[in-house]
Write a protein that binds this ligand. Structure first.
Ligand code: NAD
Ligand code: TYD
Length: 355
């Protein structure tokens, strides 16, 4: 998409973790754009994540469900969207193991519902229109050797979450192939940073360390993830949106692989320091628990294409990003306390009771 236009952009899932960073970046960097944030506000969606931009004149929030056909059609009829950046999803692997169907409904059907609405409204006038689908590296499956996921790696999803994201990616590509809908897809590695819901590894460990709770490491902690600071992902999304070639896939990652146990130990050290606890205090909280069923061993992204073609690169090292993240969670204790009250407790007790 060319910049300097008065685009109206629909961002779905903008009240979630990554979505809130994308909304903030677009609202503040492009005052000429109108950003409409559509979010159902599930347990993972939180308007507090956006209180610094909610009064901006080029920002609008709409509460709604991407799976509601009538609602989505009338939304597209009432707004002349030039583009969609689609992030709304059920996003947590452990929850997908407990309840796969809701992942099919939101991630597959919700995406198809948006594709249908965009197609109907844009019809054959596809100039300067874009459906940008945000996906994950987990669609490629699990690596056991030193290989990397590239844009041509075959899909081999292994969890209900990754299967549902793979399904949504296939539909997005099918709409390009069948109807010439202008699309682009990016597949990113694990994100961390401010505003992440504490069901995911990094904020869960920060929350538990702060509260002197056990740190549940699945299996032997040997599984490897490739970590990216969330603001670098938002910057990559900006690059793909403005400079990506239509129909293409871009893998996003920071060449930053870590074993889970090493991250947990690193976090323990940072937290001991910040909380003025004697070195080694938090590590004593580590507990190896029953492994996740079908736990993918390793993810690793080859981000050469986006780096060479779109000139995107990371802006912080992992150590810097983690330090900023820990500081943010310590300074935003009230945010963390609020999101971990109520339904979070039920989820946590259920998820970790037999581990
Ligand atoms: P998140 O769970 O923090 O946020 C998801 C948002 O979607 C929430 O605000 C939620 O309210 C909203 N939502 C859920 N169902 C909805 C529905 N039916 N209608 C409207 N809104 C709905 O997720 P996240 O971590 O910010 O991930 C965002 C996207 O990025 C997802 O598509 C995810 O698959 C993808 N992704 C995430 C990561 C990661 O590490 N978190 C990595 C790569 C890709
Ligand atoms: P997670 O943050 O759930 O992301 P994903 O499963 O999408 O990669 O988990 C990251 C890694 O941390 C993954 O290998 C599972 C592991 N993990 C634990 O060991 N303990 C936990 O309590 C959680 C939530 C995750």
């Amino acid at each position: 998409m060319e910049s300097n236009k008065n685009y109206k952009i629909l961002i779905t899932g903008g009240a979630g973790f990554i979505g809130s960073h994308v909304v903030r970046r677009f609202v503040t960097s492009y005052p000429e754009y109108t950003i409409v944030n559509l979010d159902k506000l599930t347990y993972a969606g939180n308007l507090e994540n956006l209180c610094d931009v909610e009064k901006m004149p080029n920002y609008q929030f709409i509460k709604g469900d991407i799976t509601n056909v009538t609602f989505i059609n009338s939304l597209f009829n009432n707004h002349e969207f030039d583009a969609v950046i689609h992030l709304a999803a059920e996003s947590h692997v452990d929850r997908s193991i407990l309840d796969p169907s809701s992942f099919v409904t939101t991630n597959v059907f919700g995406t198809v519902n948006l594709l249908n609405a965009a197609l109907a409204i844009w019809k054959d006038h596809f100039d300067n229109k874009l459906f940008y689908h945000i996906s994950t590296d987990e669609v490629y499956g699990s690596l056991s050797d030193s290989a990397y996921f590239t844009e041509t790696t075959s899909y081999d999803p292994k969890s209900p979450y990754s299967a549902s994201k793979a399904g949504s990616d296939h539909f997005v590509r099918a709409y390009e192939n069948t109807y010439a809908l202008p699309i682009v897809i990016s597949n990113c590695s694990n994100n961390y940073g401010p505003y992440q819901f504490p069901e995911k590894l990094v904020p869960l460990m920060i929350h538990n360390i702060r509260n002197n709770k056990l740190l549940p490491v699945y299996g032997k902690g040997e599984n490897i993830r490739d970590w990216l600071y969330v603001k670098d992902h938002a910057a990559a999304i900006d690059h793909v949106f403005h400079r990506g070639r239509k129909g293409e896939t871009y893998n996003i990652g920071g060449f930053n692989e870590w074993k889970n146990i090493d991250i947990v130990r690193l976090l323990c050290g940072i937290m001991d320091d910040k909380l003025h606890r004697p070195s080694g205090t938090s590590e004593k909280l580590i507990e190896f628990v029953k492994d996740r069923p079908g736990h993918d061993m390793r993810y690793a992204i080859d981000a050469t294409k986006i780096s060479n073609e779109l000139k995107w690169n990371t802006s912080v090292t992992f150590e810097q990003g983690l330090e900023i993240t820990v500081e943010w969670y310590l300074e935003n204790k009230a945010w963390l306390d609020r999101v971990t009250s109520g339904a979070y407790k039920t989820y946590y007790d259920n998820q970790y009771k037999n581990r």
